[in-house]
Design a protein. Structure first.
Length: 174
């Protein structure tokens, strides 16, 4: 029963083994990034009777006064503000197999509520499609390239959710 589950903030280190063991990516995002100090990690865990069975990793990027930073944010997120505060990327999501119906979407929606973002972007590999993002009401913006630092030439399904209604996306939904 979902009453046996809870969602709470966890450390980057606690999130890592769940993500490594239950996600097709080799590792948690950003460890070998050329500018690791520019990434802020916010991780949340899914606990079943106090046992960690899922993790989600959100990343935000340290603001820079450099105008190229704002150009990058606008291109990467499809929108921007003066500070870009509250802009996050859902980098990794992994849940160990559970018998509970819709537990992944339940977990993700509660983790997002705890994070309280203004803008949240994510991408799904072309062959995966991103069913979880459709189930959690993200807007779909089609296939885009240059979404993954490690594979810039690979197309990804791009999903965006804007929580701050004063922010407008410049992309067209597909």
């Amino acid at each position: 029963m979902k009453l046996d589950y809870e969602v709470s903030e966890i450390s980057f280190e606690d999130a890592r083994p769940i993500i490594q063991n239950n996600n097709d990516k080799e590792d948690i995002y950003g460890l070998d990034h050329p500018y690791p100090q520019s990434i802020i990690h916010d991780c949340y865990g899914l606990l079943n009777n106090n046992q960690l069975v899922g993790a989600v990793q959100f990343c935000s990027y340290v603001p820079s006064p450099n105008p190229k930073y704002h150009e990058w944010v606008k291109e990467y997120f499809g929108c921007h503000t003066d500070t870009c505060e509250g802009f996050y990327e859902l980098a990794r999501l992994a849940v160990e197999p559970q018998d509970e119906h819709n537990i992944t979407s339940w977990f993700l929606s509660r983790a997002i509520k705890l994070l309280n973002p203004k803008v949240l972007i994510t991408a799904a590999e072309e062959d995966k499609g991103g069913t979880i993002y459709k189930a959690t009401n993200f807007d779909y913006y089609g296939l885009q390239y240059d979404r993954d630092f490690y594979e810039p030439d690979k197309p990804f399904h791009t999903y965006l959710k804007i929580f701050d209604k004063s922010i407008q996306c410049e992309w067209k939904k597909t």
